[in-house]
Design a protein around this ligand. Sequence first.
Ligand code: SAM
Length: 287
Amino acid sequence: MNNNFSLSHRKEEPEKGVLYIVGTPIGNLNDISLRALNILENVSFVACEDTRQTKKIMNKFNISNKLISFNQHNSSIKIPKIVKDLKEGKSMAIVSDAGMPGICDPGEEIAKILKSEGIDIICVPGACAAITALVSSGLPSSSFVFEGFLPKKQIDREKILLEISGSTKTTIIYESPKRLKKLLGELFEFCGGDREIMVARELTKKFEEHFGKNIYEVKELFRDKDVIGEITIVIKGTNKKNDLNLDRSIIKKDLNDLINAGLSLSAASKYLAKKNGLKKSEIYNMI
Ligand code: SAM
């Protein structure tokens, strides 16, 4: 068996006129693949979200190639030139600051446009925080929902939270450390305290941490903590039937609204019990 895996033994000549979407590490630079390095070295040019970030990888592995900046602010100017270059037979790689381009990072739009121009796209897969968190959570991974970052607008946010509360599938969410406590509070409100959850911090890095058990415990754990670092959250789906759980969330919201409007807990529960054909104690149990 030949154990010599030097880059030259794995040389892959990039195809002309092709866009390579290249996954890069999410923290641990050693997670870069040999194939990714090869492509980054041998394409005509590399489009990156932030050239300083990509240079760190290139320098670590002694790769030099032409870098161009490509992000949401300049994509409309850059795309026509990229299309022209690829049609003329150049090859190009696109990388984001970390992980898989197109996953909450630039990449989706250019892939869509180049595809419509008849340009071939090849993915050189790499790390992705969502998948890394999912498989290390021990939660069901055969079927899952990736939500990315939840919307900031409250009404859109609550719609997704309601869906998560009723979903039987594992859900993966990206969140900034600054908003983690707010999100845990919302998950508690919409899904209850019992649902299994894992909060993954700094995946693949030196101080990687996983916090988990159920939503209540994790919410309490972070209550007085200052959170820093990158965060991905994995939540187990509900065991309960969808409709019932959606109803529960709606009833809980109605209950809050009625109490905020001035009704006592008892009066609000009595009213909602009657409206939903439930016992008053069942409404109490929901809270
Ligand atoms: N394209 C990336 C991917 O494939 O995972 C995601 C980029 S998105 C702009 C950045 C978010 O991904 C972070 O805010 C965090 O939620 C998550 N993330 C990225 N790296 C992470 C890490 N090392 N540990 C935990 N979460 C991470």
